[in-house]
Design a protein around this ligand. Structure first.
Ligand SMILES: *[C@@H]1O[C@H](CO)[C@@H](O)[C@H](O)[C@H]1NC(C)=O
Ligand SMILES: *[C@@H]1O[C@H](CO)[C@@H](O)[C@H](O)[C@H]1NC(C)=O
Length: 448
């Protein structure tokens, strides 16, 4: 479904011919790789995944599979990965004050949401093509879904299936092995992933499936955050997923849940749910992940609502059960997140100005106050609400001017991922995509 970006093909044809030997940390094999398969003295070609073998320091037997065994997978795969030598994915992204760092240098977190890559039926070549488009725009980071809760086998990718109260994690070809392909495709294109492990909403199952299956139908939504049996089941899923990628630098962060709130899509909040309910849960879950994985960052994935009870704007009063300052304060939460949808959030009088304030407020009241990185993790308008170029130009300028750590647009598509286009998707070749590309360059320049 994802077609190759013609621009990248054209670019590939203009690249100089490759070196006879790959340097240390250079690529030396993988699907579509037509460059050298031998490594500079002192390094050995090491198999990373089907898309990527790399020259790593050391001596010994090469572990790269012969390119010929994998290069015939499809013509799309072979053309999509030769366009640019991908940046090498080594080292884990860390934080230092309000910045992200990688191998001692500032890491510019900029890019897109691409929740769909590990869902649906995308082939490894299509996954790689999507990340290649993003890399072509200068993106460093993609946020994607590492979950899909089902009660009957949908015949396409899913990650956990429930039989009554008993969940079974799908480790097969359309389960975690499929996610292995997502990771490999990102890595082959030098893109790092923020992986969200469940959803507050019932898209792709999410938290209500845990509650419904374990406690029965028509329960309060927030039992996901407070019921011990439900928490144990979610921890089991998280542990399996996280342990599979403990040593994988392509994972930038594990994220606890997309957009936690006391209420769900159709399920309601119990009278007991407060901001403390979700904050306590986030403390417990983030500490749990840190106890099994000391390599990766952990974030919450909340929308960034504030908890100032007398503020006239409901986004600032804690009413949804979210206290962004309290969540970001948690020791085992490495960076803050916030989202921004002026029209979905009834901020229609002055949507651009609301965005200006929302970005400034998170920069000052969270990022600077807590001295942690904060990212505008999702934002968007649809064209019928407001011109996207106008809105995104304004808000991208705010990010740069205010000094916000980074941002991810909702959402950059590759060509023809129609099933995932919710009206917000921006495609290569459009003026919005050009803006995204210019912004990635500007943010990197700010951080240089
Ligand atoms: C609210 O909390 C109290 C005290 O823990 C508990 O007894 C009660 O059942 C809870 N109410 C709901 C609706 O869960
Ligand atoms: C949010 O930012 C605006 C603009 O800087 C400012 O006027 C407002 O007081 C801030 N809100 C809070 C709660 O600090």
């Amino acid at each position: 479904m994802i077609k190759l970006n013609a621009v990248l093909v054209a670019l590939a044809l203009t690249l100089p011919s490759v070196l006879a030997q790959s340097p240390i940390y250079g690529q030396c094999g993988g699907i579509g790789w037509t460059g050298p398969t031998t490594c500079a003295t002192g390094s050995v070609c090491t198999f990373g995944n089907p898309y990527y073998s790399q020259c790593l320091p050391g001596v010994g037997t090469t572990t790269s599979p012969p390119t010929s065994t994998v290069s015939s997978t499809s013509s799309t795969a072979s053309t999509s990965t030769v366009s640019t030598p991908p940046p090498v994915v080594t080292g884990f992204v860390t934080t230092n004050g309000q910045k992200f760092e990688l191998n001692g240098e500032e890491y510019t977190l900029v890019g897109s949401n691409n929740y769909w890559v590990g869902l649906m039926n995308f082939s490894p070549a299509e996954m790689s093509s999507a990340f290649a488009d993003m890399a072509g725009a200068g993106a460093t980071t993609s946020r994607t879904w590492g979950f899909d809760e089902v009660t009957t086998d949908p015949g396409i990718a899913y990650y956990q299936i429930w039989d009554g109260a008993t969940p079974t994690i799908n480790t097969g070809a359309n389960g975690l092995e499929n996610f292995d392909n997502v990771v490999a495709a990102a890595k082959a294109n030098g893109i790092r992933l923020i992986v969200t492990l469940t959803n507050n909403w019932n898209n792709y199952g999410g938290s209500d499936v845990y509650v419904d299956q374990i406690l029965g139908a028509n329960q309060f939504h927030d039992y996901f955050y407070s019921n011990a049996q439900v928490i144990a089941a979610y921890k089991n899923y998280v542990e399996t997923f996280v342990k599979r990628y403990l040593d994988e630098p392509t994972i930038l962060a594990w994220e606890l849940i997309n957009e936690p709130r006391c209420a769900g899509s159709t399920s309601t909040a119990s009278p007991n749910c407060t901001t403390e309910t979700i904050t306590n849960w986030a403390s417990e879950l983030s500490a749990f992940i840190k106890s099994i994985d000391s390599n990766h960052l952990v974030s919450v994935g909340d929308e960034g609502f504030f908890n100032f009870p007398n503020n006239p704007n409901f986004l600032y009063t804690g009413d949804m059960g979210v206290d962004n300052v309290a969540l970001t304060t948690i020791d085992t939460i490495d960076f803050g997140t916030f989202h921004m949808y002026p029209f979905d959030w009834a901020q229609t009088t002055d949507p651009l100005g609301f965005g200006d304030d929302w970005i400034a407020n998170h920069t000052v009241l969270v990022q600077q106050a807590l001295n942690k990185p904060v990212i505008l993790e999702e934002f968007g308008v649809i064209e019928s609400q407001l011109d996207q170029v106008t809105a995104y130009t304004e808000w991208y300028n705010d990010v740069i001017k205010d000094g916000l750590t980074g941002d991810l647009i909702w959402q950059a598509g590759s060509t023809d991922v129609e099933n995932a286009n919710d009206g917000y998707m921006v495609f290569p070749g459009t003026s919005v995509y050009t803006l995204l590309t210019e912004h990635a360059a500007a943010l990197k320049a700010r951080n240089a």
